[in-house]
Each structure stands twice: as structure tokens, then as C-alpha cells.
Design a protein around this ligand. Structure first.
Ligand code: HEM
Length: 263
């Protein structure tokens, strides 16, 4: 996960924000802790990771204000909306959102997606046989099946009826993307990987006003990594049972040790 799936997503976020690429790796390690169930961590580790993320963000504010560059962090610090700049607190929260949203999701899709493909050799062969043409369909199917973000929460602004259940304005609702993505009313054989399904009808990137802002980056990264792995490696074997991130929010692995040969 660290050596293959994680490098590019960590580097892309760092590059976007105008940070040293290796810092992207360190920031990723913090997101892994932030997304973990606090009960699975030493006491105070989650809060310490958030503290370290904000501390790093403060150093970004200082550096980019002193020496603005052609990067997203500098733009976020200088841009005005309704005549007002982002406060330091708003910048820090947006910084953490971007690091969290861009790293732990894409990396997990690549790792869990490879795992699903390795467990369905005929699907792997179908993809490898026509890699460039099949990749967009396969990537969308892997997004559907693995749903790296488990849920988001909303507060209803009006009454709403869904499948005969009336929810009231003000209710807090949780949207489980994985459940929607395996809805048998929408997807035939919902638990099966089928790269030939076609069509991006999944909700792995959410929807509405807050639909994933980075989905186009994510798709480019996922395709690039999977194409390299599938075209370069053969006889891939899973060596150990993968370890899953202990999280109710992000679905993915922390370790997926494999052996392989090169083409
Ligand atoms: C496989 C990869 C990814 C998945 C599955 C994913 C999934 C999601 C989901 C489910 C949401 C919430 C949508 C909602 O609240 O309705 C979201 C929001 C967001 N994502 Fe992604 N994401 C991925 C990659 C990325 C990347 C690479 C970036 C940045 C480069 C990114 C940046 C964001 C941001 C900024 C938001 C907040 C948008 C808002 O609230 O307006 N995501 N993403």
C-alpha cells in the first residue's frame, strides 16, 4: 500500500499545494491515523495527528504568505470571496480536507481494487487484454464495488420521502455510499465485480453540491497506477491476509503484501 498505491496520491496533493513531495508522504501517515477508530490507537494519538496536521498547515501559511508561488495553497491564501479572504482557521480546515480527501481515498481504491481484481482472475485477464480501452469501465466498477468513502452526513432542509420512509426537515441522515452502490434495484449481481457493466452510475464520489471536487484527479491517478501495475507485473500472488484500516469512515487496506514477476 505504501510502496505502490500510496506514492502518487501523496505526491499529487503535495505538488498541488506546492509542498516538498516527501512531505506528502508524512501528511498521508497523519491521515491514516486521523481516519482510524480512536479505540484502535494509543490514547491521544488521533488528536495528536490532527494537531500535527494543523501545525504543518500553519507552517504552510507562513511560507506561502512570505513567498507565494503558483500553487493551490498560495491561491487559497490570497483569493477573496465576497470581499473576504479565508481566515487561518478556514485555511487549515480546507488544507486538512484536501490532504485527507485526496490521499486516503485514491490510495485505498488502488489497493482494494487490485485485491478485488486478483480475486477475480477472469476479470483481470479481460482488463489486461485491452488495458487502455477497458480501464475507465473497470475503474468505475472498482469504485462502485469498493466505495472508499463509507459515508457522509447531511441535515435535511425539507421533508423527504425515500422508499416509503418519511424523513423530516432537520433530521440528520447518513448516506452510506457502499449501500447505494450495491443496491440490487439498480445493479444486477451487486456484489460481483464485472468490469463490463459500463456506465458510471455509482455514487462513490457522492453527489449534489458537495460531489467530490477531486474526482477527475482521482480517475487520472487510478488509471495511471493500475495501467502501470497491470502492464508491468505478472504472476501476482497475495502473500498474507490484507490488513484493513480500522475505520468506519474510510474503507481500505494498510498492508497488502504481494509477490510478482516482471513482464
Ligand atoms: C477514489 C478517490 C476518491 C473518492 C472515492 C472520493 C470521494 C469523495 C466523497 C464521497 C466526497 C463527499 C461528497 C459529498 O459530501 O456528497 C468527496 C468530497 C471531496 N473530495 Fe473526494 N474522493 C476521492 C478523491 C479525491 C481527490 C484526489 C481529491 C483532491 C485532489 C478530492 C477532494 C475532495 C474535496 C475537496 C471534497 C469536498 C467537496 C465539497 O464538500 O464541496 N477527492 N470525495
Amino acid at each position: 500500500m505504501n510502496e505502490v498505491a500510496g506514492e502518487m496520491p501523496s505526491f499529487v496533493i503535495a505538488d498541488l499545494m506546492g509542498l516538498p513531495l516527501t512531505d506528502g508522504r508524512d501528511l498521508y501517515r497523519l491521515t491514516e491515523v486521523i481516519h482510524s477508530d480512536p479505540a484502535s490507537l494509543p490514547e491521544g494519538a488521533g488528536a495528536a495527528a490532527v494537531g500535527a496536521m494543523f501545525e504543518y498547515g500553519l507552517s504552510v501559511i507562513k511560507e506561502k504568505r512570505a513567498r507565494p508561488g503558483d500553487d493551490l495553497a498560495s491561491q487559497l491564501l490570497s483569493v477573496e470571496l465576497d470581499g473576504r479572504k479565508l481566515s487561518d482557521e478556514e485555511f487549515l480546515l480546507f488544507f486538512m480536507l484536501l490532504v485527507d480527501a485526496g490521499g486516503d481515498t485514491t490510495r485505498n481504491l488502488v489497493g482494494t481494487g487490485l485485491y478485488e481484481l486478483l480475486n477475480a482472475p477472469e476479470q483481470w485477464r479481460g482488463l489486461a487484454a485491452d488495458l487502455d480501452a477497458m480501464m475507465p469501465k473497470a475503474r468505475d466498477e472498482l469504485l462502485r464495488l469498493t466505495s472508499p468513502v463509507i459515508y457522509m452526513r447531511r441535515t435535511l432542509t425539507q421533508d423527504f420521502k425515500l422508499h416509503d420512509i418519511l424523513m423530516k426537515s432537520g433530521d440528520k441522515v447518513v448516506m452510506y455510499y457502499g449501500a447505494a452502490n450495491r443496491d440490487p434495484r439498480v445493479f444486477d449481481r451487486p456484489h460481483d465485480l464485472d468490469i463490463h457493466r459500463g456506465g458510471a452510475r455509482h455514487l462513490a464520489f457522492g453527489g449534489g453540491h458537495h460531489v467530490c471536487l477531486g474526482q477527475w484527479f482521482a480517475k487520472l491517478e487510478i488509471d495511471a497506477i493500475l495501467i502501470e501495475v497491470i502492464s508491468r507485473l505478472k504472476n501476482i500472488k497475495i502473500l498474507e491476509t490484507p490488513q484493513w484500516l480500522n475505520s468506519t469512515f474510510i474503507s481500505g487496506m494498510t498492508h497488502l503484501p504481494i509477490s510478482f514477476e516482471r513482464h
